[in-house]
Design a protein around this ligand. Sequence first.
Ligand code: ADP
Ligand code: MG
Length: 475
Amino acid sequence: MGKTAETVWNNCLSFIEDNITSQAYKTWFEPIKAVKLTDNALSIQVPSKFFYEWLEEHYVKILKVALTKELGTTAKLVYIIKMENTYGNKQPFTEKIPSSNRSNLQSQEVDVPLKNKSPELKNPFVIPGIRNVKIESQLNPNYNFENFLEGESNRLARSAGLAVANKPGGTSFNPLLIFGGVGLGKTHLGHAIGVDIKDKYPEKTVLYISAEKFTQQYIESVKKNNRNDFIHFYQIIDVLIVDDIQLLSGKAGTQDVFFHIFNHLHQNGKQVILTSDKAPVDMIDIEQRLLSRFKWGLSAELNHPDYDTRVAIIKNKLYRDGVEMPDDIVEFLANNIKTNIRELEGAIISLIAHSSFNRKEITIDLARKIVDNYVKHTKREVSIDYIQKVVSDYFQMDVDTLQSKTRKRHIVQARQLAMFFAKKFTKASLASIGSQIGQRDHATVLHACKTVDNLSTTDKQFRKYVEDLNKKLTL
Ligand code: ADP
Ligand code: MG
């Protein structure tokens, strides 16, 4: 009776939205489209197989409750998986490969599949002359899941890592690409996955390697004329973890050899885990065919940890080191070091060192001094240029567009937001802000600030823009 797929789904959504975090809602429910409603079955389209698995694992209960409320106890949910091997990137990909065509495409691009029938295996990790076929994982047992604390900022990456560790090569997260800024836990998580796999599947060959070392080994192998041995060595690995693959950028030879190794492993159901400081869309000087491989699996981002996660990480570290520290100091550290977990740890270590060395108590004053030392170098002056960059990135336009004379609503809004934040975060005068943001006068800037104030009280979506941008600018 007047119920359409859309209205049913919208009602479900508002129920779900009220019951989960807004981050989770945004990630997992906004991308879903209601497709049709027949009898009592609602079909929804999800962007990937991964999505479907995730919803089933984490949200099946709430989906059921929501749907039952709408359609009664005989309600059914049908998933339609969009045939894309991509997820987690903001921009649409140029290359869309339905999974059924994967193998075709691969055999077109790979000339000759490389076999690993070579009887003697040259292991690039072994000092020449010493025979040793056992492959050492190069894993650091101190980087494990247990001490990789979970928070909103890493939940997706961490859970995907756990899923991969439970079934290496057996999930749709292959490759699993973990990306994020410096010191946010990429290396730690990469090791943790390997350590967990070694634990659960001792017979599997796991190898952790930095892209830098991989490159060196490759160059060495070319020099010594045993490039094939190098390739064969990597092709017998069950779980390959390559850290910082952005370092392959511009290195055509290494990329080529990695491409062959990757294809071989992937075709044989082996697991590949990659880390990078950039999202695939932002990687430069990496061959397109390699980039398209990275997008086959899951790209999961490590974000800046929120306050609670920072506190948890500090407390965990102190606990493991057997050190006690007053809560107000823990809070002080968490409030002042926000963008890099490595720096957070560095500050704790040096705080402990200072206090024990000088037999002083750990005080707020001491903490302040140390934080000053740590943060001074990294603190970013919020400049009007920087604000314009952040705002235009957020709306996926370039700064020139933001400054242009156009009256298109979304561009005008972006420009007004830039002006508003310039007023908020810098000491610049209205006139100076105007002249730096597209040659406007002070009255325009004033008007922009008022408009942003008004809209953020009346328009929910707009308020979200303001909150998001505020967060980005104060990190
Ligand atoms: P990246 O490789 O991204 O630069 P690392 O993996 O080296 O960062 O992490 C930097 C430091 O922060 C490491 O000491 C790591 O153990 C710690 N760290 C990162 N994320 C977490 C977390 N979620 N819980 C606990 N420690 C973490
Ligand atoms: Mg690292």
